[in-house]
Design a protein around this ligand. Structure first.
Ligand code: GAP
Length: 492
């Protein structure tokens, strides 16, 4: 129970301190949609930046991309999402609530297996489903379910102002397809050579049947995805490489090791495109077993590029014969393999192939929640409870808060000057209201690593009090040394 309280504490801290609000709250809220407030926007931006730095900036084999959310409908037909991106659901005959079959709890143990994000609809639909002992999560009725059916997860929207050029489009359910669709463009416009990767951060949308636990599973969310293209036969080594890289990314940003683990997907759980997949799981303070997916690392083989080559045949003159996707012959497909526009010619080995893809796919919102949960701490200090977010300095929304001890004796002037001097280098915050102890506590709740206080001694010896968030220790540093001090301590 203590852990559940912890998530509630975080939700309330997020609202109180301006990290995360319910969307459209003034109109009663919109379920499963959230807005990031001033501190939350900074935190989430830092999560994105940390990902981009590790995955793009620090690697010379990866380039970035920023694709549009709306894409040609053929993208989703070719990728398989139009037909296969669905959950198997059932409707409760008593209360009409629709629930995912894999999220139904047994009457006997009351625990639903919620670790899977989306089941493979083909293998799932082929299975026998005995729902006689399952409980409806909405009305608790047992075994009162209709026939399982597929529920499509992509949102539809209309494009075009005139009736005759209107087109139904899908909002992208993953950012990955924009990368595959631009594979040729990137090859032709940059100097990359296989093995290399293309990375993207952006919004994705899924009409999730079950939303859950604050920003953990929402219908609009942000993904940070890398598609790493490699030669067939090298894919298993790259898969291992990316597994480790991604696991270490969370550890390097301060996630406690005991809260992180790998979980391999069972063969019948694999997405329609994957040969292997492992989840990086975090021990979230909710749900049936606590361990929940944070990120997936999948071996997508050459599935997507092959599918898009098939898709392109139906649409343009790249190929000798245009044709209906379903009518492409094996011979034509074999030709594509050897000269198709999404194949790659390896100059060194003089061979052409369609690259295999290793995909680490992270959720920016879900990582942000994990960083919040992991950083949150409460401790007793002088008979009162101190709530503190022990963020890694790179993630902390504010790096340093600057206070004059009192609003007189020239202290605000010195503090404002220091603030102006630092704000070009670090995200800083100036506060001169209230008792200094209260100001420290507010910054603890914001996760600010350092508070700098200008006091009576500053005028005498040019030093300021530097108060450290985690230890609450105070030291005196010369005001001229503060920038260098913060740079070293924050590793910025
Ligand atoms: N391109 C592969 C892909 O999209 P996924 O496992 O469906 O794989 C990857 O999603 C990550 O995106 C998940 O591990 C999770 O962090 C995040 N994610 C997926 N659905 C989400 C949702 N409804 N709300 C928040 N984050 C989500």
């Amino acid at each position: 129970m203590a852990k559940l309280t912890k998530l509630d504490d975080i939700v309330s801290l997020c609202k109180r301190r301006g990290f995360i609000y319910q969307s459209s709250e003034i109109y009663g809220g919109l379920a499963s949609c959230y807005d990031y407030g001033p501190l939350g926007a900074e935190l989430k931006r830092n999560v994105r930046d940390a990902w981009w730095k590790a995955v793009v900036q620090m690697r010379d084999d990866i380039v970035g991309l920023d694709c549009s959310i709306l894409m040609h409908p053929m993208v989703w037909k070719a990728s398989g999402h139009a037909d296969k991106f669905a959950d198997l659901v059932t409707v409760c005959k008593k209360c009409n609530t629709r629930t995912r079959i894999d999220h139904l709890a047994d009457k006997s143990d009351g625990d639903a297996a919620e670790h899977t994000e989306h089941v493979n609809i083909e293998t799932e639909a082929a299975k026998e489903h005995d729902l006689s002992n399952k409980v409806c999560p909405a009305c608790q009725a047992v075994g009162k379910f209709g026939e399982p059916m597929a529920f499509k997860l992509m949102f539809e929207t209309q494009m075009g102002a005139n009736a005759d050029d209107q087109m139904t489009l899908w909002l992208r359910p993953e950012t990955a397809q924009g990368i595959f669709a631009n594979f040729r463009n990137v090859l032709d416009s940059t100097r990359v050579k296989v093995p290399f990767g293309i990375a993207q951060i952006g919004k994705s949308f899924r009409n999730e049947v079950t939303t859950k636990a604050f920003i953990f599973r929402t219908r609009e969310f942000e993904q940070a995805e890398l598609e790493f293209f490699c030669a067939p036969g090298t894919d298993e080594d790259w898969y291992e490489h990316w597994k480790q890289q991604r696991f270490n990314w969370y550890l390097d940003l301060g996630i406690q090791k005991e809260n992180l683990r790998f979980r391999d997907h069972d063969p019948d759980e694999l997405a329609h495109y994957a040969k292997a997949c492992v989840d990086v799981e975090y021990k979230f303070p909710f749900g049936s077993g606590d361990w929940q997916e944070l990120e997936g690392v999948a071996n997508r083989t050459d599935y997507d590029l092959r599918q898009h080559q098939r898709g392109m045949r139906t649409m343009n003159d790249w190929f000798e014969s245009k044709g209906d996707l379903s009518k492409i012959t094996l011979k034509e497909e074999a030709e594509d393999y050897h000269k198709g526009p999404l194949s790659f010619f390896d100059e060194q080995n003089k061979e052409r192939f369609i690259p295999y893809v290793i995909e680490p796919s992270a959720g920016v919102d879900r990582s942000t929640l994990a960083f919040l949960v992991d950083a949150y701490d409460e401790e007793e200090v002088k008979g009162a409870t101190r709530s503190v977010l022990r963020f890694h300095p790179h993630l902390a929304p504010i790096k340093a808060a600057i206070f004059p001890l009192v609003k007189k004796d020239g202290m605000p002037e010195i503090a404002t000057k220091l603030y102006d001097d630092l704000k070009g280098n670090f995200a800083c915050f100036y506060d001169q209201k209230g008792a200094v102890g209260r100001r420290y506590r507010r910054q603890d709740e914001a996760g600010t690593p350092y508070c700098l206080t200008i006091d009576g001694q500053t005028k005498e010896d040019n030093t300021v009090t530097v108060r450290e968030r985690d230890s609450m220790e105070q030291s005196r540093i010369n005001i001229d040394q503060i920038k260098a001090y913060l740079r070293e301590k924050l590793d910025l």
